[in-house]
Each structure stands twice: as structure tokens, then as C-alpha cells.
Ligand binder design. Structure first.
Ligand code: DHE
Length: 518
């Protein structure tokens, strides 16, 4: 990897001279305060890359404000007590200084990073005695491990090391045997649950967001911030099938905020951070060229595929606003997106490639963790909000807001299960981060607020295959996964774990249970 500290230092000396912050040494400050999370080369680790390409919309005082006060809804703390105003100003200027070179990260580099485990041998059958469909993984971010749980007994079958800073849900192969795990610095790990062995790893991007599995299990799409690409890997051996440069119709390069699988459509759908477009990338062997070539006349009309010479043709749908996260209905025809400013949202019909409704979604909804359930004659979707202590419940026929349920603070994750009458929703931020709300799916009222460990962050829920138990994370370094009886709401077991974040049940995930995020 290229290091540019020296060249940046020169540019910086000039900048510092101009800004008058002569006492500050931002390179030293960067190495002391930022490098652990953002990496010494500024290309990102747990935190995003700190280079102009990723900070381009943070002009003026905004970068300073983030350094000073931290960033809501992320792991970024504020440094006002550690750094003087001069140091903050100089550090912000340093971050706006371009790297002399950004390492190329295309097919060759990705393939060169690939390491397949030489001692890996695929077992003929599971090496454990448990229901393969009820295996549950618990990601432990405290020491970058995953625990493999028997979903009936909650025995830990294995605990394996992951790449640093896993983000987003691991994705299972359609038969539930393999799981793919991604870290923020772009590593993708393949693990064989039957053999309890890692198969291999590859670095699919330099700073990545999440991954999606194709419905046929052949391809894994990796959404990258850096470079501005979508990497498609073969799930078989993690080799690169294709790297798509992501550039909007007007030539603006864009980060990919997230990629989701749309199995009935044989496609991946991409949320783009920097251009007002939604991309659909087909992995079908016979892509529907009529759909791709639809002749609409609206501003957000469907365009034809941008590349003919590809196995993964792209359809671009221009949207009236930037949609950097979204949620699908169960049919995968409708995409519910939130505007980047977090002030409202809209529904895009993927069949006709047009906006069909507006959504009342202020307060930065976290649509990636939305869930659905049957409500009266209709289906509702519910989402927490990262900036408001409220849960929005939206009717998926009329797209009207049925209810905004006030909570004890902004939340991150929600879960339910077809066999449960309750929805579980955490409070992730603020003084009540130790609260977990349990909401009745029909009355839409909070029926109980659990506080299993006062003062600790309690977040993220996953159900067992049958929906009888709900697993809750005590999101602390000396934390635990708590097993609740999902009917009586009583705690039945406590499994000590290192800062457990998400839990993922094989059955709920591979069947796309309505109670889980996809
Ligand atoms: Fe996440 C999922 C985006 C910060 C933990 N997060 C997702 C997904 C998206 C997303 C788009 C869905 C992808 C998937 O699962 O395939 N997350 C974002 C952000 O934009 C945000 C707010 C800012 C950022 O820094 O990226 C953000 N996320 C966080 C955190 O700070 C969390 C709490 C701690 C961490 O590990 O970084 C966090 N995000 C998670 C988890 C999931 C997730 C555990 C998977 C949830 C699931 O049940 O599937």
C-alpha cells in the first residue's frame, strides 16, 4: 500500500503557514488520534477513508465540527478535550489534502490479495450434531471473532477470528453451509459452517460497506466506498468475476452505500452515495432486455444497460433525490428509500423504474434494519430512526404512515419473527441505550421495556429458527448474548461474549424471513 505522509507533509506545511496554525503538527496528531481507526495511510479501517474523495461533501467548518464533536450514529468520538482549536483546524486541512496516489484496486490487485487456506478440507457432512438450519452466528466485535451457536442448545460450536471490524450482516449460501463475512477495510472471508473452518479471504475493496449473495449462490457483490466500484466475486473460490466502476450518468464517480440482493429479479440493487441513481446489476443468464430498454420519458426514466460487454449488465434508474439506503418489500418490486439528508423518503417501483410515492420519513430512518409483518388486511414496514426516538410504521399498500411509536431514544436495529406477536427494537443512543422495547405487532404499543444490564448498551435481536427464543446483545466489551423466551419475555440464558453486535440465524436468513433485515 502506498504511504503518502511525506508528500502530504510538504503540502501541509504550506497550508499550516496560511492558516496560522503554526504550532500544530497534524501528521503527528493524525497518527496519535486517528490512525487506529482510519489507518496510517488514511485509506480506512474501522472508520472511513479520510481523503478528499470520501470527504467531498464536508466543506467548510464541517470536518472541524466532526473532529471536535464526533459524529452521531457512528463510532466517531469527539476530540475537543484532546486537541486544541489550532490542532483541529490543521488536522482538517490535512484530511483535505489529496493523497499523491490512490492505490489501484482492480481485478489483479484483488486476486493477488486472495489467500485460500491450504489445510482446508471440506467435510462430507457437518462435524457437529445440531440442526444445520438453526445454526446462529454471533459477531463479536470486541476481539473480531464470530461464535457459531447451536440454535437449540446455545452451545458454542466454534469461535473463529474474522478480519478487523466486520460490518453489515454476514451472508449465507442458499443451502446455509457457507457464510461470507466482510470487514470495513474490504476483506471478505469465506467460512465453512459444516467443517468449522475458514476457506479463505480476499480484499475486494479498500473501504467497503456490505455484501450481497446472488439468489443462485454463485456470486457475491461487494459495495465499495474506495475505490468507487462494485466488486463481484465468485463464491466458489473468491476470484473476481467483474469489477464495475461506479460512475453516474453525468460522469460523477460514486461510492456505493450498500448492495442488496433481489433474488426474484436475479439482480443486485445498489444504493449510491454521490449520484441520484439506483443501479440494478443483473446476474441472470438471460437478462430481460425489454425491461432494461424501457422507453420512458420522465426525468427518472430507465436507461439502457451501460455496458454490453459484461456478464453483469447494469440498469440505471435516475431518482429525484440521493437514496443512500433503502428497503425492499417482500416481492422486491418496491424499493423504499430515504433521502440522503434524512428528511423524507420515496418509493421506487423497480419494474417500471419510477418513483411511485412519497414517504413521510424524517429523522434519518435506518432502513437497512426495517422489517415487515401482516397488519389487518395489509402489510406494514417498520423502521427505527438514527436521529429521533421514534419508530415509523408504514402501510405498504398506501405508503401512508400508520403510526410513529415514540421510544426512549434513537434506535439502530429491529427484529421479529413470523411466529412471534412482538417486534423488538433497541434504543442505541443516549441515556436510555440500555433499553430494549418490545412492541405488540397489532396494537403497535410498547408492551414491555427490558433493561437487562442497567447502563450497558443493549442492542440487536435475532430469533431462533422457530421464533421461540430471542437473542439480545449486551454490546459491551465484557458483554453477553442474552437468550429470552420470546413469549414470556423472561431471560433464560446468558452467554458471555466480547462486544457482540449482530446475530444471524441460518434459517431466518436463507428464507428471507419477514422479521429480519435482508
Ligand atoms: Fe451499520 C448493517 C450502514 C454504522 C453495525 N449498516 C448495515 C447496513 C447498512 C449500514 C447499509 C445493511 C447492510 C447489510 O447488512 O448487508 N451503518 C451504516 C451506516 O451508514 C452507518 C450509520 C455509518 C457508518 O459508519 O457506516 C452505520 N453500523 C454502524 C455502526 O456504528 C454499528 C452499530 C457498529 C459497527 O459495527 O460499525 C453498525 N450495521 C451494523 C450491523 C449491521 C449493519 C451489526 C447488520 C445488521 C443486521 O442485522 O443485518
Amino acid at each position: 500500500m502506498t504511504r503518502n505522509i511525506n508528500s502530504s507533509k510538504l503540502a501541509l506545511a504550506l497550508l499550516i503557514g496560511l492558516s496560522g496554525a503554526a504550532q500544530a503538527d497534524p501528521v503527528a496528531d493524525y497518527n496519535e488520534w486517528c490512525a487506529d481507526c482510519h489507518d496510517a495511510n488514511r485509506l480506512g479501517g474501522t472508520g472511513p477513508a479520510l481523503i478528499p474523495e470520501t470527504l467531498r461533501r464536508m466543506r467548510g467548518p464541517k470536518i472541524e465540527a466532526v473532529i471536535r464533536e464526533g459524529r452521531v450514529a457512528t463510532q466517531m468520538p469527539g476530540f475537543s478535550e484532546d486537541l486544541s482549536e489550532e490542532q483541529i483546524t490543521a488536522l482538517a486541512e490535512y484530511l483535505k489534502t489529496p493523497l499523491e496516489t490512490i492505490p489501484a484496486w482492480g481485478v489483479d490487485e484483488i486476486n493477488a490479495s486472495r489467500v485460500m487456506d491450504e489445510d482446508y478440507v471440506a467435510a462430507d457432512a457437518p462435524v457437529w450434531d445440531a440442526d444445520p438450519m438453526n445454526i446462529t452466528l454471533a459477531v463479536e466485535t470486541g476481539d473480531h471473532h464470530v461464535s457459531v451457536l447451536n440454535g437449540d442448545t446455545f452451545e458454542v460450536l466454534d469461535r473463529f477470528a474474522t478480519p478487523f471490524a466486520v460490518h453489515g450482516g454476514p451472508k449465507f449460501s442458499p443451502d446455509g453451509r457457507y457464510v461470507f463475512i466482510m470487514s470495513r477495510d474490504g476483506w471478505v472471508q469465506k467460512y465453512d459452517i459444516y467443517s468449522l473452518k475458514q476457506v479463505g479471504r480476499t480484499r475486494a475493496g479498500l473501504n467497503s460497506r456490505n455484501i450481497a449473495m446472488s439468489g443462485d449462490g454463485k456470486w457475491l457483490a461487494v459495495a465499495n466506498y474506495l475505490p468507487n466500484t462494485l466488486t463481484i466475486l465468485s463464491t466458489e473460490d473468491l476470484t473476481v468475476a467483474e469489477v464495475h466502476e461506479v460512475v453516474g450518468k453525468d460522469g460523477t464517480p460514486s461510492r456505493v452505500s450498500a448492495v442488496y440482493q433481489a433474488p426474484p429479479r436475479d439482480s443486485f440493487v445498489l444504493a449510491l452515495k454521490d449520484v441520484p441513481e439506483v443501479w440494478e446489476v443483473s446476474y441472470s443468464e438471460t437478462p430481460d432486455m425489454n425491461l432494461f430498454a424501457g422507453g420512458f420519458t420522465h426525468d427518472w426514466r430507465v436507461e439502457g444497460p451501460s455496458k454490453q460487454d459484461t456478464d453483469f449488465p447494469i440498469r440505471r434508474i435516475t431518482t429525484p433525490d440521493y437514496l443512500d439506503d433503502f428497503f425492499f418489500d417482500q416481492s422486491y418490486e418496491h424499493l423504499m428509500g430515504a433521502s440522503r439528508k434524512g428528511e423524507d423518503g420515496m418509493v421506487i417501483d423497480l419494474v417500471i423504474g419510477m418513483k411511485v410515492a412519497d414517504l413521510d420519513l424524517p429523522g434519518m430512518p435506518h432502513l437497512g434494519s426495517g422489517i415487515t409483518w401482516a397488519y389487518g388486511d395489509s402489510t406494514v414496514m417498520a423502521t427505527p430512526h438514527l436521529k429521533e426516538g421514534v419508530i415509523s410504521v408504514i402501510d405498504m399498500n398506501t405508503w401512508e404512515t400508520v403510526k410513529r411509536i415514540p421510544t426512549e431514544g434513537p434506535g439502530f436495529f429491529m427484529r421479529s419473527h413470523e411466529n412471534s406477536k412482538y417486534v423488538w427494537a433497541d434504543v442505541f443512543f443516549g441515556p436510555n441505550k440500555d433499553a430494549m422495547h418490545v412492541i405488540d405487532k397489532q396494537s403497535l404499543e410498547i408492551v414491555k421495556t427490558l433493561r437487562p444490564v442497567p447502563g450497558a448498551t443493549v442492542a440487536h435481536v435475532e430469533f431462533t429458527r422457530d421464533g421461540k427464543y430471542a437473542l439480545v446483545s449486551v454490546w459491551e466489551d465484557d458483554g453477553a448474548v442474552l437468550v429470552y423466551d420470546a413469549e414470556t419475555l423472561e431471560e433464560v440464558l446468558r452467554l458471555p461474549m466480547r462486544k457482540p453486535s449482530g446475530k444471524y440465524n441460518v434459517w431466518n436468513k436463507i428464507t428471507f424471513s419477514e422479521g429480519t433485515s435482508h
